[in-house]
Ligand binder design. Structure first.
Ligand SMILES: Nc1ncnc2c1ncn2[C@@H]1O[C@H](COP(=O)(O)OP(=O)(O)O)[C@@H](O)[C@H]1O
Ligand SMILES: [Mg+2]
Length: 312
């Protein structure tokens, strides 16, 4: 359904998307996961024909995104990151206008607009001005817009951004219900999001694909390294002793203040070194006034993954 080969985008000499290649098969729900600035939106804009690639190529539903952008747009329901909604139109009026632009008319149009308003739970605000709606409602109007012409492929840029937990669940259920008639590529910077709905995940960081995997495998990897922070007093080769603990990949002293040493430990997957560390401190007569485990941010994980997979 989507075939991407060496797709690259440079903005004023800076590379936002760097030789990205991947495929999405019909009926799949694929998550595009990466921290802010990773290149998700840029890739999606190229796939929907809104900006041209600098190099490389992509086809959507068999159409070239650059040379056949009209056919591409017909095949795709695109929900951009900043949905350019007409704020002085009413919801139903807006969706009718959009449906008409996408080639629907008459009773088919009326019926379909009613249907997508129900699917996206916006029927109760159909007469409200879009400009007066909450972010959650606006997101769902944008989703209804993406769905209105029953495109085989949906490209959704952070579709649950700005929604509350109840609305997030509604959108997830809706996306699942669209399977298998629709193929979906959705972007997110939230790991739980891909676990909840996706069959497969593409991880992108600094414009490059870092991993392609199932959500299960990915979660296992992402729980990989954690960070333990210690404030302690102690003599001897503290760093070497800490690094000798099973599971500790690296110990670094970040600073020292009034005799207290601030040390960070990078810890392997599925290891919690805090108990062993407390035992060691007892034996070595170290004083510990803080011991804190910090699960890594998505950004940390990406950096870590990139470092641990040379050549990727
Ligand atoms: N129109 C633009 N002009 C210049 N740089 C841009 C533009 N859009 C995005 N960028 C840059 O490209 C990189 C990727 O951005 P983006 O695709 O929006 O990432 P994401 O959607 O993953 O947060 C970022 O460094 C961003 O600052
Ligand atoms: Mg984005």
């Amino acid at each position: 359904m989507i075939v991407v080969q060496d797709l690259t985008k440079q903005y004023a000499g800076r590379t936002a998307v760097d030789h990205v290649s991947f495929q999405v098969e019909p009926g799949e729900i694929v998550g595009f996961l990466g921290p802010n600035g990773a290149g998700k939106s840029t890739t999606m804009r190229m796939l929907t024909g809104y900006i041209p690639p600098t190099s490389g190529r992509a086809t959507v539903n068999g159409f070239d995104v650059y040379h056949q952008s009209i056919q591409v747009r017909r095949s795709v329901g695109y929900m951009p990151e900043m949905a350019p909604l007409y704020t002085d139109m009413r919801v139903k009026e807006y969706l009718r206008f959009r449906a008409e632009l996408k080639g629907l008319s008459g009773s088919v149009l009326r019926h379909r607009v009613g249907e997508v308003m129900d699917m996206c739970a916006i029927t109760d605000v159909r007469r409200r001005l879009i400009g007066n709606l909450s972010k959650g409602y606006r997101q769902r109007v944008a989703l209804a817009d993406a769905l209105v012409h029953k495109p085989p492929l949906l490209i959704l840029d952070e579709p649950t951004n700005g929604l509350d937990p109840v609305q997030i669940r509604q959108v997830r259920d809706l996306l699942r219900s669209l399977r298998p008639a629709h193929t979906i590529l959705l972007s997110t910077h939230i790991l739980q999001e891909v676990e909840a709905v996706c069959d497969r995940v593409l991880m992108i960081h600094q414009g490059r694909i870092r991993a392609v995997d199932t959500p299960d495998n990915l979660t296992r990897k992402l729980r990989a390294a954690s960070l333990v922070q210690i404030e302690m007093q102690g003599d001897g080769d503290v760093i070497a002793l800490l690094e000798a603990l099973p599971g500790v990949r690296k110990a670094t002293q970040d600073s020292e203040l009034d005799g207290w040493r601030f040390i960070s430990l990078r810890v392997e997957a599925r290891h919690d070194v805090r108990e062993a560390l407390a035992d060691l401190a007892l034996i070595q007569k170290w004083k510990i006034r803080e011991l804190h485990r910090q699960l890594p941010s998505l950004e940390d994980v990406f950096v870590d993954l990139a470092a641990s997979e040379p050549g990727k």
